[in-house]
Design a protein around this ligand. Structure first.
Ligand code: HH2
Length: 283
């Protein structure tokens, strides 16, 4: 029996009512991210860009101190925290939850102590100590699926049935966190578009996204400017807005509650129009 779907997300200082599609704005504090490297490497510039995203309608900000691009340089926990902490501090009063994209337990601990509201772990809290670190806080959690490791994950991704394998992984992770005492109202799940997946795997996952609704947790999807969009449109990273908007709308139409994007204003507009049409059908 599918669990009833959570519509309220406990996220540190915030309780989000996911009664419309939410927009998570990406703030990469890295010199080597695939689409916007170096744009935000200076904390002051990052804070200004993040505040503009809030003005444009971001519901959550996702701060990342390490790139997950294949081949990106590894960053140690101290350097990751050095990038993140001034930005968390500078955005403390920005009015929306601050999520941190990290897999490192030491970074999770440091950013939670500094006031982060959510941990977005592309490893799904599989690192030793990760669950213990978040279990006794009240932060929101994003559990993502990835096959392999960022450096090599795109070399030969392989699945029997990608949708059921991703679903099984996410169910196991939700159950592991619940067993450690994490309330279901703190968790969102993410199929991890582009993380150890071919174009065909990504398309299958997006098309069948509603099957993940059976997990009972809100679904987050990140496809903004990714290689999938480049492969389908033939566009370079800086020309992928239209393709990214189409993918975000397709994901929301299939049940995604949060979309993780670089282009907040444009995504907000696209979702407003989509939502007005959707609601015109009545309850
Ligand atoms: N994608 C990226 C990073 N973190 N987290 C979640 N939950 N879902 C995603 O799809 C996801 C993610 C990769 O994109 P980006 O942050 O733009 O690039 P980089 O890893 O180069 O910093």
């Amino acid at each position: 029996m599918p669990r009833p779907q959570q519509t309220v997300l406990q996220c540190g200082r915030f309780e989000l009512s996911l009664d419309r599609p939410f927009v998570m704005g990406i703030v990469n504090l890295t010199p080597d991210s695939f689409s916007d490297g170096d744009r935000f490497a200076d904390p002051k510039a990052a804070i200004a860009v993040a505040r503009r995203m809030v003005d444009e309608g971001a519901d959550i900000l996702d701060l990342g101190g390490e790139s997950t691009r294949p081949g990106a340089a590894a960053v140690d926990a101290d350097e990751e925290l050095r990038r993140l902490l001034p930005v968390i501090d500078g955005l403390a009063d920005c009015g929306v939850p601050l999520s941190v994209d990290t897999r490192k337990v030491q970074v999770m601990r440091g950013v939670l102590a500094a006031g982060a509201d959510m941990i977005n772990d592309i490893g799904g809290f599989t690192a030793p100590g990760a669950i213990d670190t978040v279990a006794h806080s009240d932060c929101g959690l994003c559990l993502m699926h990835m096959q392999g490791e960022p450096g090599t994950m795109q070399q030969a991704p392989s699945y029997g049935d990608v949708v059921s394998e991703v679903e099984d992984f996410l169910r196991d992770r939700v159950d592991a966190l619940r067993a450690a005492g994490v309330a279901p109202g703190r968790m969102v799940v993410d199929p991890g578009i582009g993380f150890g997946k071919t174009r065909w795997h990504n398309l299958q996952l997006l098309e069948a996204l509603d099957e993940l609704c059976g997990l009972g947790q809100p679904i987050l999807v990140g496809v903004s400017r990714k290689s999938l969009i480049g492969e389908l449109t033939g566009r370079a990273v800086d020309r992928r807005l239209a393709g990214s908007l189409a993918a975000a709308l397709a994901a929301v139409a299939r049940g995604a509650r949060i979309v993780r994007v670089h282009d907040v204003a444009e995504t907000r507009d696209a979702l407003r129009v989509w939502q007005a049409i959707d609601e015109a059908g009545g309850p």
